[in-house]
Design a protein around this ligand. Structure first.
Ligand code: SAH
Ligand code: SF4
Length: 364
């Protein structure tokens, strides 16, 4: 071994001609919170788990080892829309339709509160039965009974006035995945009477009214390309929502997309991690779809930067009827079992479920 190396040789090499390494790219995203499109494309295809490590450290800097829990109440599976990917679409004659009454919804909250839920998410298809008047009454009663809880609605596209009334009744948050930021891609997932432009308008309306807003998309939806995903990242950057829902597409056997492939686990995790580094204070669920795709999906999601879980609070007898996609997990358990299971899963990977509303904290 020579006692000294020839430093000359190294100093004459121009390192700028080498492409930036994957780890440098990850560090760059962490410090600048944005990348040029070509570099996003590289990172989306990243195979280095350093990406997950940086993302979970970033989440921990803001939220510690706390995971927030939302109680999901799937209160109607009627839907007037015909999204090609979804098992609740109006055209699916095999779906057994149901609606929950106000009393049944309040009963779900009553079960959830002692289990530690401080956010109730009321989700459903776009069901004209639930007029503004009916929803306002439901929201008011939940708020009166549980003033320390947040209410999230996830009931699709409505007009400005309707969103405003629901907000004034006490709704805190609204989840409306934008599905894809690309108009053409949107057109391949939905009938022509739905549009990406209206979806985006709704999100801007919700934000303007004062809701904490969540957008998001499915990973691996039919016809999706890496360029589309980069557009989605750019859209999220511009909207700056408080929440983003990212989960794999999973086919449903009674839809036009029944033969399409499910989304990729790795790509879903990469997107979660990239979003955590782009906007560190985001609230991002490790979704049920991720848990359906892989038995450890939700744990992997948290280890890639997710910080929310959404156990099911719907009455057990309707759970098997709220099927957005095939093989959905947790359709047979009682709410209490779901919570215990989730607490155990999170504890195993070093996290703790917090009994709090879990609002977004300020960016560091
Ligand atoms: N009707 C409301 C809320 C219910 S659907 C709405 O559409 O906003 C909630 C989300 O489920 C959708 O935004 C969509 O992204 C997701 N979803 C629907 N079908 C799915 C499927 N086959 N695989 C994975 N996610 C799906
Ligand atoms: Fe209806 Fe939502 Fe399913 Fe579309 S995704 S069919 S709006 S429930």
């Amino acid at each position: 071994m020579p006692s000294t190396c020839n430093i000359e040789i190294f100093t004459t090499v121009d390192f700028s001609i080498f492409p930036i390494s994957m780890r440098e790219l990850i560090d760059k995203l962490e410090s600048t919170q944005i990348l040029p499109k070509e570099e996003f494309a590289e990172l989306l295809l990243c195979n280095d788990d350093y990406l997950f490590e940086r993302a979970r450290f970033k989440a921990q800097e803001i939220y510690g080892n706390k995971i927030f829990m939302r109680g999901l109440i799937e209160f109607t599976n009627h839907c007037k829309n015909d999204c090609y990917y979804c098992g609740l679409r109006a055209g699916n004659a095999h779906a057994q339709r149901y609606r929950l009454t106000k009393q049944q919804i309040l009963e779900c909250c009553k079960q959830g509160y002692p289990l530690g839920f401080r956010t109730f998410v009321l989700q459903g298809g776009e069901d004209p039965h639930y007029t503004d008047d009916i929803l306002v009454e439901i929201v008011r009663e939940i708020k009166a009974e549980y003033p320390d809880c947040a209410i999230t609605l996830s009931i699709g596209e409505r007009d400005y006035k309707s969103y405003e009334r629901l907000f004034n009744a006490g709704t805190d948050r609204y989840l409306l995945r934008h599905e894809t930021a690309n108009d053409e891609h949107y057109g391949t997932l939905h009938p022509s009477k739905m549009s990406s432009a209206n979806r985006k308008k709704c999100l801007h309306d919700l934000k303007k009214i004062g809701y904490q807003v969540g957008c998001g998309f499915m990973v691996g939806s039919p016809n999706q390309t890496i360029e589309h995903i980069i557009d989605d990242l750019m859209f999220i950057k511009e909207l700056e929502p408080q929440m983003v829902g990212i989960g794999p597409f999973i086919p449903h056997s009674d839809t036009p997309f029944k033969d399409k492939k499910a989304g990729s686990l790795r790509l879903t995790l990469n997107i979660l991690a990239i979003l955590r580094l782009m906007q560190p204070n985001l609230l991002m669920p490790a979704t049920t779809a991720l848990g359906t795709l892989d038995a450890q999906g939700r744990e992997l999601g948290v280890r890639a930067g997710a910080n929310v879980v959404m156990p099911n609070l719907s009455p057990p007898d309707v759970r098997k009827k709220y099927l957005l996609y095939d093989n959905k997990i947790c359709t047979g358990d009682e709410a209490a079992e779901c919570v215990t299971c989730m607490q155990g899963r999170m504890k195993k990977i070093g996290y703790e479920i917090a009994i709090t509303r879990g609002d977004a904290l300020m960016n560091l």
